[in-house]
Design a protein around this ligand. Sequence first.
Ligand code: PAF
Length: 286
Amino acid sequence: MKIIENPDEMRSMLKREREAGRRIAFVPTMGNLHAGHSELVRRAGDDAEVVVVSIFVNPFQFSADEDFAGYPRTLADDLAELGRLRAYATFVPDGRTIYPQGESAVTRVEVPRLSGYLCGASRPHFFRGVCTVVTILFNIIEPDVALFGQKDYQQLLVIRRMVRDLHMPMEVRGIPTVREPDGLAMSSRNRYLDAAGRARAAGLFRALCRARARLIAGERDFADVEADGLGEMKAAGFEADYFSIRRRSDLEAPADPDDDLVVLGAGWLGTARLIDNVLVREGQPL
Ligand code: PAF
């Protein structure tokens, strides 16, 4: 596997692959890879001959009081895993390559409205940082397809909207969440959980599943389902941020009884902010 820091080198290498008629799939990450990332890389390999992964802890998507400095960095282990998975190349730019003038001076990419709900309400800087870095990475890699995990469902929709709005000639694919045996969604931030927090963490997924079961059974008092979900999160020890039933296509409040729904939750367990979601009707492509 090639490990590349320089955008021009990456670009010219991928140009040769493209000219040889090979399809390029891209998995952007912040490293500290877990089984969820490995699944994205494997699925990328089903989709394209050339799989490129990036590892870049993006300062622009963290606010000053968030965990940028302490975000787990495990580059050697990550590269070993990507080698085992037979990725074609890993792009590991440094901060100055991505933001030569610093992130506060960079051109910004923003998706209005959709970025303002849920995680965007409590982390107003977040999706601007994600969209900006993902645009920079897409412009360097120029993939045919990019893969994102369903766990970050709002991120998946925001990036898909950005790609559509800006006419980026590529596809965005969502891949179902990989879970621990007790249901906890795989996440790099699970590392912040102490033993007591880890024992409680799957409470979020259980609350989401109970809400989904009520919706499948025909419950349409969404406010009641949401209030119970928040109550379950609190009972499991979470400081809840939100527990919300939304329209699956655009995260607006459901308006029609036939709307396809997603239930999303977020909250803190100690220093770990965990998010998760379940689609009420499974089985359709993400
Ligand atoms: O999901 C992530 O790990 C990050 O938000 C991403 C998409 C790599 C952008 O930094």
